[in-house]
Design a protein around this ligand. Sequence first.
Ligand code: ZN
Length: 131
Amino acid sequence: MAKGLDKHRARQDSLSWFGKDLARRASSCCELCEASGVKLVTHEVEPVPVEPEFERCILICEDCQQQLLNPKRVQADHWRLLGRAVWSTEPAVQVVAVRMARQLATRYDWAQEILDPLFLDPEVEQWVDNP
Ligand SMILES: [Zn+2]
Protein backbone atom coordinates (compact mmCIF):
# COMPACT_ATOMS: atom_id res chain seq x y z
CA MET A 1 0.00 0.00 0.00
CA ALA A 2 2.70 2.44 1.01
CA LYS A 3 4.31 2.04 -2.38
CA GLY A 4 1.12 2.97 -4.18
CA LEU A 5 0.77 5.98 -1.96
CA ASP A 6 4.34 7.06 -2.67
CA LYS A 7 3.68 6.74 -6.35
CA HIS A 8 0.57 8.83 -6.03
CA ARG A 9 2.51 11.46 -4.14
CA ALA A 10 5.30 11.52 -6.69
CA ARG A 11 2.71 12.03 -9.41
CA GLN A 12 1.09 14.89 -7.53
CA ASP A 13 4.54 16.44 -7.08
CA SER A 14 5.30 16.32 -10.78
CA LEU A 15 1.88 17.70 -11.61
CA SER A 16 2.28 20.61 -9.25
CA TRP A 17 5.66 21.28 -10.87
CA PHE A 18 3.85 21.58 -14.19
CA GLY A 19 1.34 23.96 -12.67
CA LYS A 20 3.49 27.03 -12.97
CA ASP A 21 4.43 26.46 -16.60
CA LEU A 22 0.88 25.53 -17.43
CA ALA A 23 -0.37 28.74 -15.86
CA ARG A 24 2.01 30.65 -18.09
CA ARG A 25 0.93 28.73 -21.17
CA ALA A 26 -2.72 29.22 -20.31
CA SER A 27 -2.31 32.88 -19.27
CA SER A 28 -4.08 31.77 -16.09
CA CYS A 29 -7.36 31.13 -17.88
CA CYS A 30 -9.11 27.81 -18.27
CA GLU A 31 -7.69 26.33 -21.45
CA LEU A 32 -11.09 25.01 -22.45
CA CYS A 33 -13.76 27.54 -21.49
CA GLU A 34 -11.49 30.55 -20.95
CA ALA A 35 -12.79 31.24 -17.46
CA SER A 36 -10.45 33.53 -15.56
CA GLY A 37 -10.20 34.48 -11.93
CA VAL A 38 -11.27 30.99 -10.91
CA LYS A 39 -9.39 28.10 -9.38
CA LEU A 40 -7.57 26.14 -12.08
CA VAL A 41 -6.55 22.51 -11.83
CA THR A 42 -4.07 20.42 -13.76
CA HIS A 43 -5.89 17.76 -15.74
CA GLU A 44 -4.14 14.81 -17.35
CA VAL A 45 -5.47 13.99 -20.77
CA GLU A 46 -6.28 10.34 -21.41
CA PRO A 47 -4.64 7.97 -22.04
CA VAL A 48 -2.68 8.96 -18.96
CA PRO A 49 1.00 8.05 -19.38
CA VAL A 50 2.87 6.05 -16.74
CA GLU A 51 4.91 9.12 -15.84
CA PRO A 52 3.15 12.48 -15.96
CA GLU A 53 4.04 14.43 -19.11
CA PHE A 54 3.74 18.18 -19.42
CA GLU A 55 2.49 17.94 -23.01
CA ARG A 56 -0.34 15.72 -21.85
CA CYS A 57 -1.64 18.08 -19.20
CA ILE A 58 -4.05 20.95 -19.51
CA LEU A 59 -4.99 23.64 -17.05
CA ILE A 60 -8.73 23.93 -16.63
CA CYS A 61 -11.33 25.24 -14.24
CA GLU A 62 -13.03 22.93 -11.76
CA ASP A 63 -16.30 23.25 -13.67
CA CYS A 64 -14.75 21.86 -16.81
CA GLN A 65 -12.98 19.11 -14.92
CA GLN A 66 -16.12 17.99 -13.09
CA GLN A 67 -17.94 17.67 -16.37
CA LEU A 68 -15.07 15.83 -18.02
CA LEU A 69 -14.98 13.36 -15.17
CA ASN A 70 -18.76 12.94 -15.02
CA PRO A 71 -20.11 12.76 -18.57
CA LYS A 72 -23.65 12.59 -17.22
CA ARG A 73 -23.24 16.01 -15.70
CA VAL A 74 -22.24 17.73 -18.92
CA GLN A 75 -24.05 21.03 -19.36
CA ALA A 76 -23.97 21.84 -23.03
CA ASP A 77 -24.07 25.61 -22.56
CA HIS A 78 -20.86 25.51 -20.59
CA TRP A 79 -19.03 24.40 -23.75
CA ARG A 80 -20.14 27.09 -26.19
CA LEU A 81 -16.62 28.50 -26.23
CA LEU A 82 -15.14 25.25 -27.47
CA GLY A 83 -15.05 26.91 -30.87
CA ARG A 84 -11.73 28.43 -29.83
CA ALA A 85 -10.29 25.50 -27.92
CA VAL A 86 -10.68 23.09 -30.85
CA TRP A 87 -8.24 25.31 -32.75
CA SER A 88 -5.71 25.40 -29.92
CA THR A 89 -2.09 24.99 -30.90
CA GLU A 90 -1.66 22.75 -27.85
CA PRO A 91 -2.53 19.21 -28.94
CA ALA A 92 -3.67 18.24 -25.43
CA VAL A 93 -6.17 21.10 -25.34
CA GLN A 94 -7.32 20.34 -28.85
CA VAL A 95 -7.83 16.66 -28.08
CA VAL A 96 -10.06 17.30 -25.08
CA ALA A 97 -11.99 20.04 -26.88
CA VAL A 98 -12.61 17.87 -29.93
CA ARG A 99 -13.68 14.90 -27.83
CA MET A 100 -16.19 17.08 -26.01
CA ALA A 101 -17.41 18.75 -29.19
CA ARG A 102 -17.94 15.37 -30.85
CA GLN A 103 -19.87 14.15 -27.85
CA LEU A 104 -22.09 17.25 -27.96
CA ALA A 105 -22.45 17.16 -31.74
CA THR A 106 -24.65 14.08 -31.44
CA ARG A 107 -27.26 16.34 -29.87
CA TYR A 108 -26.44 19.94 -30.78
CA ASP A 109 -26.04 21.55 -34.18
CA TRP A 110 -23.79 24.29 -32.84
CA ALA A 111 -21.27 21.68 -31.76
CA GLN A 112 -21.31 20.14 -35.21
CA GLU A 113 -20.75 23.61 -36.69
CA ILE A 114 -17.66 23.96 -34.51
CA LEU A 115 -16.31 20.71 -35.91
CA ASP A 116 -17.18 21.19 -39.57
CA PRO A 117 -14.35 23.52 -40.59
CA LEU A 118 -11.83 21.81 -38.37
CA PHE A 119 -8.84 20.01 -39.77
CA LEU A 120 -6.81 17.86 -37.39
CA ASP A 121 -3.25 16.67 -37.75
CA PRO A 122 -3.21 12.89 -38.12
CA GLU A 123 -1.38 12.55 -34.79
CA VAL A 124 -4.00 14.61 -33.00
CA GLU A 125 -6.78 12.69 -34.70
CA GLN A 126 -5.26 9.45 -33.49
CA TRP A 127 -4.99 10.77 -29.96
CA VAL A 128 -8.63 11.91 -30.03
CA ASP A 129 -9.72 8.44 -31.08
CA ASN A 130 -7.70 6.61 -28.44
CA PRO A 131 -8.67 7.83 -25.02
ZN1 ZN B 1 -13.26 25.77 -17.88
